[in-house]
Structure formats: C-alpha cells, structure tokens
Design a protein around this ligand. Sequence first.
Ligand SMILES: [Zn+2]
Length: 471
Amino acid sequence: MNKIQVFNTLSGTKEEFVPLQDNVVRMYACGPTVYDLSHLGHARMAIVWDVVQRYLRFVGYDVIYVRNITDVDDKIIKRAKELGITPEKLSRQYTYAFWHDMHSLNVESPDFEPRATEYITQMIAFTQGLIDGGHAYEAGGDVYFDVASFKDYGKLGKQNLEQLLVGSREQAVAQETLAHLKKSPVDFALWKSADASELGWPSPWGRGRPGWHLECSAMVKRILGETIDIHCGGEDLVFPHHENEIAQSEALHGQPMARYWLHNSFVQTNSEKMAKSLGNFKTIRDLLATFSADTIRLFILQSHYRNPIDFTIESLQATSTGIQRLLRAASFEHGLNESEAVAPSEAAQKTADTFKEEFAAAMNNDFNTAVAISHLYQLADGITQTKSAADKQYLASTLVHYAKVLGLTMTDTRQELDTATGAKLIDLILTLRKEARERKDYASSDLIRKSLTEIGVNVMDSADGATWEKI
Ligand SMILES: [Zn+2]
C-alpha cells in the first residue's frame, strides 16, 4: 500500500495516513445546505473530496464515503418564506439541482448521502445523551452545549476559550434575545424551539429543530461509528462547525471523532472569498454552459487543495487549452486496431513506469493534484513526440487511465458542435448560396440546396431571401 501523507488541521502538520481498521477508510465530508444553486466554491469542495476518495480507492483502500445534505437550516426557512413555498419543497428542489450539478461535473455519488431531516430521532438521542452527561442544558425550550464542560474546546481552530469569549461577547450584543438564555456566550444551540407555524419536530424539550452542527455528529455516529478516519470540508467550516462537532461527539463518546481533519481552501474573485453573500458567484450551471466539466475540474485541480484559487474567466479559458492538449494526446489511444497492435518498446514502458511513479509521489504528498497534472502534461507531450504508433497507443492509454483517477472524463468533444454554432454554419452556407445566385451560378446554388436537404435541412426561397428549417 502506498504511504500517503496528509495535512491534518488538528495537529497542524503533515502526517502519514493510517486508517483505524486495516484497509477500510471511513470518510465524511460536510455537504451543501440546499437553498440555492451551487457555485464554483461548492464545485471545488465536491471535486477535491471526490478526487481524494477516488485516489484512496485507486491505491486499494476500501472507502466508505459519506456526504450529507443539510435540509433544515435557518437559511432554508428564510428563503422558503420569501418564495412562499414550504422549506421541505425548497430543500428538495435544490437537492435535485445539486445532484444534477454533481453529475454534470462527474463527481461520484457518495456511498451514503444522509439528509438531516431523516436523522431527527438520532439527534434527539444525541442531545439527551449530552444533557445526561452534564455537557448540555435546556433553557426556554432550547438546548445548548455547555462549552465550559469540554476542556479541549478550540483545539481544531487553535483558539482558546478566552479569545472566543471576547469575540462572542460582541456578537451577543447583536443577539440579545438568545444571550440571556445561555450560560456563556460561546455556548451553541443543539436544539432550537419552534412554534407551531414553523418547521419543527416534537422533542423532550418541546417542539423544535436541530442546530446545524448536531446533524453531522449524529450522522457520523450512526453511519460510520464513533471514531472515523477522515473528516473533511471547506476551511470556513473549521470554526465553528467542526469545532462544535468535535465538542459534541467527543464529550459524548470520550474518544476522538476523527483521526484526520482535512480542509480545502476557497475560490476567490479578486482575492475575496467567493460566496453568495458577496454577489460575485458564478453558478456551476453558468460555467457549464460555456466550459466542459473536464475544463472546470482541471481548473480546480491545477491548484493544491489547500491553496486559494483566484477565479477569472480568462484563467478558465486558459485551462480549456490544457484539456485540448491532453485530449489530442489521448486520441492516440485508438490509433491502432486490435489486428495491428504490437507491443510497446522498452523505452515507452520505461516512460510509463516513470510517469506512474511521479504521479503517485505527487498524490501521496497530501493529494498534490497540481503536480500530478504537470506529469500528465509531460506525458502528453511525450506522446506527441513519439514516432511509433504502438508506443503512442500504449502511452495514451496510460494517460487516459490516470486522468480518470482524477475524475477527468476525457470525453473528446473537440469536434462536437452545439446547436447555436450549427445554426450559424447553415446561415453562412445560405449566404454563400445567395452570392452564387447573384452571379447566376445556379448549378452551385442548386447543389447547396440539394446537399442541405440530404443532411436534413429544408431551404425555402422567398422574395425576402432564403430561410431554413430542420426536416
Ligand atoms: Zn458538518
């Protein structure tokens, strides 16, 4: 088995990855809150962890990958109210939209994809366990986690309770209604009361709904167990979300929640974090209207996952030429048919072996896709320069195989035209036909009309000129 080094946010260093149990990797990524269309920041998070789980499987691990859907949240409730629909309907609608986007980006489905609303029973039991253990308390129909009862609080984000108290006192002024219920301003809600008109479930503390952090703790426990191998997500989740997950789970179970905490960096526009609140986001759909899934994926993976990405349309355009470079080299995979196939030369085999070692070394170094991709480019250039068709074919199939480890589809669409381009082409042909008629070249004009009919385009002449339609 390959030795993989991962950067663990918890220790602040790179460590050798060793799963808790043999060959099994239990991995949990925090998924989307479904109240709007996903943007490039969401795409980055989904693609980065998709590649990590793909690579772990590629090297032989038996991965159980869980990514949740947050379908109960204040943002969902607020948006549903604005739109005049139920929160359930809104979250379902955007869950489907998220799946559509993930499928379009060739992000594999996780092994489990729990929705928060399906785990209310487990969340209530979890909360009751924390109350029984002296780590949570009820106040006015809400239940809060008692941060002072968990001595390790702040260990993930490297903050101590004093620093957190100063920050939260400022916040508390803005949220006075909640502040008077809590023992300490840093205590966070496990359960929030809800009146009969709001989304809610019955509980021992009255009608209410879970706090956001609780769902991941309850679902990790139910699906993967008390200690998992990898817990991952965007770096904005370190505090408070993952810090609070650790507090809840470790206070209840008395053992580590996850052995490795991995976090990906942001996508920035003009060096600001890309987020909907900044109004500068590009939805995945907007981008897919112009760029292929492989271009978007390559763009994201050309940076190491812990470095921020500066997004510009120009940089995405530059990446599409990179994809073409890979596709041109990959096309030699089909250069020879079976009867023509001969063994590759020793030199080609050596090139492939060296490439595989370099690719593995890059990926084993904290999933450094940026370096892995530079080796793909080198291999592609090598294929172009190789003279022998057999060697080209052998190296091209190696290229395609490894590109797919990164989740690139390698679908060659270089000669596929979209409908708008097709329509422009026919308009162009009709302009040429018009010019032929003007110089009384009726033979050419008739040939154009006949040829267009044969490919399924009907040309209609009128006093105003020619128009066309599909037959
Ligand atoms: Zn989470």
